[in-house]
Design a protein around this ligand. Sequence first.
Ligand SMILES: [Fe+2]
Length: 212
Amino acid sequence: MSMNATYKAKEFNLSGLTGISDKTLEMHFKLYEGYVKATNDLNERISVVLVEGKVEQDEMPAYSELTRRLGFEYNGMVLHEYYFDNLQKGGGTGDPAQTSQFAKAAETSFGSYNVWKADFVGIGKMRGVGWAICYQNPSNGRLSNHWITLHETGNVAGFTPILVMDVWEHAFLLDYKPAERPKYIEAFFSNIAWDAVEQRLKKITGVQSARA
Ligand SMILES: [Fe+2]
């Protein structure tokens, strides 16, 4: 934990998406605010334990449990911020411009943008509760897609989230049936803020290919 870390929920100017209703977004913003509050609460409770600068033996079980929960709540907060930030009204055709840095990085990393997309969408369709995330490895600029269970299992240390898709059922259940996750994924792609995605890419000239 870090002391005095009080997070404020961000405001997202997001509505009128294609295939993701305002009702869903409003409910989702509330859930996000819950993660911010839970993160602050955990940090506060841990700081109470640490008030004398040590953890007494009888405090250890409660302290351990609070600390374990930090990974869930912190990632729940942060991933939702990435998610809302990579959505916008009128996101476009669903795919980035072929000349964009993202399309080029996907091509270098996967052979083609379409293969990158098939992988990302495939991960999004995996059964279970979690996220599909495209990360960039800062050491070589390459992109890779990952399944994150819940919020905290599967994130790669030091990698930068570039495109983040929530596939918990709460992200689409007001708009689609549980079995209709592919429709939600399609809707997600039609609302991607590719400019925001592009800004997350580290400015590396020449992403190293897999064979490099
Ligand atoms: Fe969510």
